[in-house]
Design a protein around this ligand. Structure first.
Ligand SMILES: O=C(O)C(=O)Cc1ccccc1
Length: 314
């Protein structure tokens, strides 16, 4: 049975292993407390398990305040069987450099971590380990887990959350090595369609837009749909569709809920001018910021205009 309400969710998947920033996001999600938590090796694996109903929801990283969008998540949500975002969590990220006991900083020749973490410690690395080779891992905690197991590892040190290093009993070679102390990562809780959180007045909606054809002003035509209805966008990214060189879709977050009149009107406008509009959910904003409806764009303004038109037609 497909869960209908966010509180019906029982099995929560996440980008693991334990100790990832994604697990911290799941721990911060009230509805996941005391429920089953299942780690997956990659975002794709977690979302596939969700599609095949092995789990009820999956927490995955989507965006970082320093490094931008997480392509693996954006692409997995833009294609394949539909999924919807039902919530978001913001997690401040702090990185440590850790290694097995007895490895001094001066002997570190290679460092394993998630690509988003590597991008956020670049300046520290350039200063303290300028010759270190980067080895990508599927998550930050995966680098700590590899170092925590006996046997050969592809790298001398890992970059992860302090808790991941502690879980594996690793030594900390350097603390707080992020280039930007106020870096925040945004995670989304994803479910199968059929689960739609109630509007709260402080909501966001996510869509992916596929253009009908490539023409001058094509992107402007999409953006106008938001502008004329007073809908504020909070993220806009172009992603290659993979079909041909230069073929892009647009992944967009904007303020408001599917049930808000101005959001409904915007979606109808987009449906008219796009080849395809993929609705990826409406959900409460993690920061609780309420959207200010510009003059003429409140639900009542749309209702009044519709009744006026109906009256003219009758
Ligand atoms: O690898 C992790 O711990 C994750 O949860 C993904 C990630 C990586 C780097 C910054 C934020 C999230």
């Amino acid at each position: 049975m497909t869960p209908r309400h966010p509180s019906d969710l029982r099995r929560f998947g996440y980008l693991g292993p334990r100790g990832t920033f994604t697990q911290m996001a799941l721990d911060a999600w009230d509805g996941a407390r005391h429920q089953e938590q299942v780690p997956f090796g990659s975002v794709d694996a977690a979302l596939e398990a969700l599609r095949s109903a092995e789990i009820d929801a999956a927490m995955v990283p989507i965006e970082n305040s320093v490094e931008g969008g997480v392509s693996a998540t954006l692409d997995a949500l833009a294609t394949g069987d539909p999924l919807v975002v039902i919530g978001e969590v913001l997690v401040p990220v702090t990185f440590v450099l850790c290694a097995r006991a007895g490895m001094p900083l001066s002997s570190v020749r290679s460092v394993g971590t998630h690509s988003h973490a590597w991008a956020q410690v670049r300046t520290w690395m350039a200063t303290h380990l300028p010759d270190a080779v980067y080895v990508p891992t599927l998550s930050t905690a995966a680098s700590a887990a590899a170092l925590g197991q006996p046997g050969d590892v592809m790298f001398d040190a890992g970059v992860c959350a302090p808790v991941a290093a502690a879980n594996e009993g690793l030594e900390i070679l350097a603390e707080d090595i992020g280039d930007n102390r106020s870096a925040v990562t945004r995670f989304v809780l994803v479910a199968r369609p059929g689960t739609l959180p109630e509007p709260t007045g402080a909501d966001k909606t996510t869509v992916v837009l596929f253009q009908r054809d490539d023409h001058a002003g094509g992107l402007l035509e999409l953006l106008e749909q938001f502008a004329v209805r007073g809908v504020n966008m909070t993220r806009l990214e172009s992603r290659p569709t993979g079909e041909a060189m230069g073929s892009y879709c647009f992944s967009i977050d904007f303020e408001g809920h599917l049930q808000d009149a101005r959001v409904g009107e915007t979606l109808m406008g987009l449906k008219r001018v796009c080849a395809d509009v993929r609705f990826l959910g409406s959900y409460p904003r993690a920061d609780g910021v309420r959207a200010d409806a510009r003059v003429g764009t409140a639900d009542t303004d749309f209702d009044t205009a519709r009744s006026w038109l109906e009256q003219l037609r009758s």
